[in-house]
Design a protein around this ligand. Structure first.
Ligand code: ADP
Ligand code: MG
Length: 327
């Protein structure tokens, strides 16, 4: 299985930031509201994600490190869906096949924690008792140590860490209720307390998008039927290189969705100078049955069932809001 896992890893694990993404998504799935991320040497030496989520029971530790995607694929009829779900249930197995991974976890019911790691060609999982509060820590050491061709593709520590920091920003803007910590080489880089009130949320946006963005951004909110858009946008006149900040989310998931981006650009189109970029943090919320989130494996793209309607709603909501901002 090591080889099969390494092949799967080719799809999931492009660089350290992709590992962080998979680990943090698991933490969020486990209901964590505190996530610590420690990075060393841009993630090539160490990636550690610690959460206070539900934890994993001892009997399931082996399963967590094994590929179990095939069982999920059995009930799918659509070939495209199979491709896009290709690595579902195999992120940990994949990461573990191209690094030295240890998983330490404890559920609230357990009195002790357990640690698991898989090694060798057969990816034999070894389990031993450990100390850990309720929740899970996953440590990924020496990413790509056994796949030199991939390791060679890693950029400088600074660049790789930049990708991780950018990812953490995007995640932190998607979950205000979670507190986050990020360190690099032992230095604290981000420390975000859970943001509950509107004021605290605004403060988080200011911290993550910079003072220039915070100064010029206006809060907007609009609804059409059960489709809702809210967030912060900057008036075209105030858009500049310094306050570049472009984040959009669909039902809480970070997206680089073509339709959404197109709608945002269209709303700004007439008013922006060619060298200006729109600046926004926007959340689109709609009935989850109206959107497929697994169009792309990296889960950045979605497919709206009523694409035209969503597009036009976003254009008109933003055009409205922008016209009120522009004196
Ligand atoms: P997937 O998330 O697609 O199920 P993964 O390989 O990412 O596959 O994770 C495998 C399984 O391990 C998860 O389904 C979950 O049960 C468990 N798991 C992984 N990380 C955590 C975590 N931080 N907290 C609790 N359970 C976890
Ligand atoms: Mg996962």
């Amino acid at each position: 299985p090591q080889l099969a896992n390494q092949i799967a890893a080719g799809e999931v694990v492009e660089r350290p930031a992709s590992v962080v993404k998979e680990l943090v998504e698991n933490s969020l799935d486990a209901g964590a509201d505190h996530i610590d991320i420690d990075i060393e040497k841009g993630g090539s030496k160490l990636i550690r994600v610690r959460d206070n989520g539900s934890g994993i029971v001892e009997q399931e530790l082996v399963l967590a490190l094994s590929r179990h995607a095939t069982s999920k694929i059995a009930d799918l009829d659509d070939l495209e869906a199979i491709n896009s779900l290709g690595f579902r249930g195999e992120a940990l197995a994949s990461i573990s096949s191209v690094s030295r991974l240890t998983l330490t976890s404890r559920t609230a019911e357990q009195t002790a924690a357990w640690q698991a790691s898989a090694a060798g060609r057969d990816m034999q999982v070894d389990i031993r008792p450990a100390a850990h509060p309720t929740g899970t820590s996953i440590e990924v050491l020496d990413l790509f140590f056994n796949t030199p061709a991939r390791r060679k593709f890693l950029r400088t520590d600074k660049t790789e860490f930049g990708h991780i920091d950018e990812l953490v920003k995007r995640l932190a803007l998607s979950r205000y209720d979670v507190s986050w910590q990020l360190t690099h080489n032992g230095q604290s880089v981000r420390r975000l307390k859970a943001a509950v009130t509107a004021e605290q949320r605004q403060k988080r946006v200011a911290t993550l998008c910079g003072r220039a963005f915070a100064e010029h951004a206006a809060f907007i909110e609009n609804q059409y039927g059960d489709v809702k858009i809210w967030g912060w946008i900057v008036a075209p006149g105030a858009c500049s290189a310094q306050l570049q900040c472009q984040y959009s989310y669909v039902n809480g998931r970070m997206m680089r969705d073509k339709l959404l981006n197109h709608a945002i650009r269209q709303a700004y189109a007439d008013t922006l100078q060619p060298e200006q970029q729109p600046a926004f943090v926007l959340y689109l919320e709609l009935d989850p049955r109206q959107v497929d989130v697994n169009v792309h494996p990296a889960k950045h793209e979605v497919r709206f069932h009523q694409a035209r309607l969503i597009h036009d709603f976003v254009v008109s909501a933003l055009t409205d809001a922008l016209s009120q901002l522009t004196p």
